[in-house]
Design a protein around this ligand. Structure first.
Ligand SMILES: NC(=O)c1ccc[n+]([C@@H]2O[C@H](COP(=O)([O-])OP(=O)(O)OC[C@H]3O[C@@H](n4cnc5c(N)ncnc54)[C@H](OP(=O)(O)O)[C@@H]3O)[C@@H](O)[C@H]2O)c1
Length: 290
């Protein structure tokens, strides 16, 4: 891959990356590729046993530069414990990959499913990012694993679209209100009526509405953070594509190696001020509309 080009290598074994939800799937593969590139990588997982097994697997592949710590992104105590450990062990980090994510397909209680999806995919990213921000060294990168289901075009209501896309009004409070407004629509049974995203994947038009809204929120947060941190850090999001993981029941047209590629590429882009993007959304290493 292009990141192996020594002329563009800016990192060393002292470069530290953190990946959330990394015991399997795309997260595990991102850890593998970062470690193969020589970055010291912290594999985090909400379940200690599953996380340790994943680390053992990578060590057996010869990757000794992988460490582990428990991290449940929706649990503030877990986040605080992780950050305290990271500070003590590594003093800081250079790359944060917010990968942990869920969908609610298969949940019988759709209201609870929607709360959990928004809680993990949007609020979970904020929990981790806010606590880690003071430890991310200047020039560092934040990469958020998003989805094309979180593009603005999935919204069927112009007012909602305008609310979340007007950059000069964008604030954390506004994004929180946006996702909370969706949760109210779920409670009222008005997802389609209010113009929230629907999709035709053959499993009911509202099956992935919560997932879409969580990733719209994540993309908006990516933009906001990028503008707030413009002189210090680079913040981008990407869609891995339809990737063969447990999330898709093993279906998909991409392998995890392919799905992880754009995230690793964004994390390791050379620090030339010309082509280092921030606040952008990518698919297959190409910028696409938010
Ligand atoms: N696969 C695709 O086609 C696709 C497409 C677009 C975007 N994505 C995104 O890619 C990311 C990775 O998905 P994947 O396909 O690799 O799914 P996956 O195989 O189901 O892996 C998801 C990972 O997230 C972890 N996780 C879930 N909730 C968590 C929480 N509250 N705290 C910490 N970790 C948590 C899971 O841990 P457990 O093992 O403990 O459950 C697992 O390690 C997600 O953000 C997803 O939305 C995937």
């Amino acid at each position: 891959m292009a990141n192996n080009d020594k002329r563009s290598t800016w990192w060393s074994k002292d470069t530290v990356a953190v990946v959330t939800g990394a015991n399997k799937g795309i997260g595990l593969e991102i850890v593998r590729q970062l470690a193969q590139n020589g970055v010291t990588t912290i594999l985090t997982a909400r379940n200690e046993g599953r996380g340790q097994s994943a680390v053992s697997l990578l060590k057996a592949e010869g990757l000794q530069n992988v460490d582990f710590h428990q991290l449940e992104v929706t649990d503030l105590k877990s986040v605080e414990d992780f950050v305290a450990w990271l500070k003590q062990q590594y003093s800081g980090l250079d790359i944060l990959i917010n990968n942990a994510g869920i969908h609610s397909y298969g949940y019988t209680d759709k209201k609870q499913g929607a709360r959990e999806v928004i809680g993990t995919n949007y609020y979970g990213v904020k929990n981790v990012t806010k606590e880690l921000l003071p430890l991310i060294r200047t020039g560092g990168r934040i990469v958020n694993v998003s989805s094309k289901l979180g593009q603005l075009e999935t919204l069927n209501n112009k007012e909602l679209k305008d609310t979340i896309s007007t950059e000069e009004h964008l604030s954390e409070n506004l994004i929180d209100l946006f996702v909370n407004q969706f949760l109210e629509a779920v409670n009222k049974g008005e997802i389609s009526k209010q113009g929230w995203p629907t999709c035709e994947l053959g499993v009911g038009p509202e099956a992935f509405s919560d997932y879409s809204v969580s990733k719209i929120g994540l993309n908006a947060y990516t933009k906001l953070l990028a503008s707030q941190l413009s002189s210090r850090l680079y913040v981008n999001s990407f869609c891995p594509g339809y990737t063969q993981t447990d999330m898709t029941g093993g279906l998909g047209d991409k392998t995890v190696k392919e799905g992880a590629d754009t995230g690793v590429w964004l994390a390791l882009l050379p620090p030339s001020s010309h082509d280092l993007p921030s606040g952008k959304f990518f698919y297959e290493r190409v910028q696409i509309p938010f």
